[in-house]
Write a protein that binds this ligand. Structure first.
Ligand SMILES: [Zn+2]
Length: 273
């Protein structure tokens, strides 16, 4: 059976159909109807119809969104594509597609994609990190996305930067209403404002050490624009050493394998291999 993954982004909707081995069969991308929730749902439904018409087979459908499904209300929350917020996206898609649909946060889809057949293939516990416009994260344990009762597992970007130093002050204001969030130091735009890689790597190391001390992942995979700086993979594990509460730090820091395709691939893998 084919697996369809949809990456429902703020500017584009991308669909990928894969076979069970992860081979790409069909891919298409269309612009996201701006500010139009019904139009967005219709676009996803017609893309699925198009690929199933071409393949002459019904497929499973997984969707990655820049937000989360609230476990309390069942509605979309925390989405930067604001037209999705407050809607029963899962219910509406299931009605139109006449099947169960699985939806996950796009950082969770990234982590899942890299855990299934990417940079963290075969690892038991994977922390996937997006260092892009924002700073997101997702956790995959034994091939399953960890969601949590608040649907925020892995969302480390709005934790405070650990052990702030003089050069980290004053704590920058974050759009979330707090100050000194990791995202205000480690996002792509933050790096552009202060293009000092040494300082960036030191802050990233401190921040990831906090994750290692709690989750102890086998592999941390980096994605997003900043992750293409290859020096990170050598320098950051050396720099996190003093902050990791262990006599040795075996955690591997890896660069993504699937890059921009991880959104659609992870969404497709929400239905397993
Ligand atoms: Zn914040």
């Amino acid at each position: 059976m084919f697996r369809i993954g949809v990456d429902l982004g703020g500017t584009k909707i991308e669909l990928l159909a894969m076979d069970a081995a992860g081979r790409e069969i069909f891919r298409k991308r269309v612009p996201t109807p701006q500010g139009d929730y019904e139009g967005t749902v219709d676009s996803v439904v017609s893309l699925v119809g198009e690929v199933e018409g071409a393949l002459k087979e019904k497929a499973t459908v997984g969707i990655g969104i820049p937000g989360a499904m609230s476990r309390v209300t069942g509605l979309v929350k925390n989405a930067n594509s604001t037209c999705l917020i407050g809607h029963d996206l899962k219910g509406d898609l299931e009605k139109s597609l006449a099947r169960e649909v699985r939806i996950a946060n796009d950082a969770n889809c990234f982590a899942l994609s890299e855990a299934v057949d990417g940079a963290a293939k075969g690892a038991e516990v994977v922390f996937g990190v997006i260092l892009g416009t924002g700073v997101g994260g997702g956790i995959v344990v034994r091939g399953e996305v960890l969601t949590g009762p608040n649907a925020i597992a892995g969302e480390w970007g709005h934790n405070p930067l650990p052990l702030p130093r003089d050069e980290d002050l004053p704590l920058p204001a974050c759009y979330c209403g707090r100050r000194g969030c990791i995202e205000t130091y480690l996002s792509g735009p933050a790096l552009q404002r202060h293009p000092d890689m040494n300082r960036y790597e030191e802050r990233l190391a401190r921040s990831l050490a906090g994750v290692i001390n709690i989750l102890d992942p086998d592999v941390i995979v980096l994605g997003g624009g900043v992750s293409n700086n290859d020096r990170l993979y050598e320098n950051v594990p050396r720099l996190w050493r003093p902050y990791v509460f262990s006599d040795h730090a075996a955690t591997r820091l890896a660069k993504h394998v699937h890059g921009d395709s991880s959104g659609v691939r992870g969404a497709a893998w929400l239905w397993g291999r």
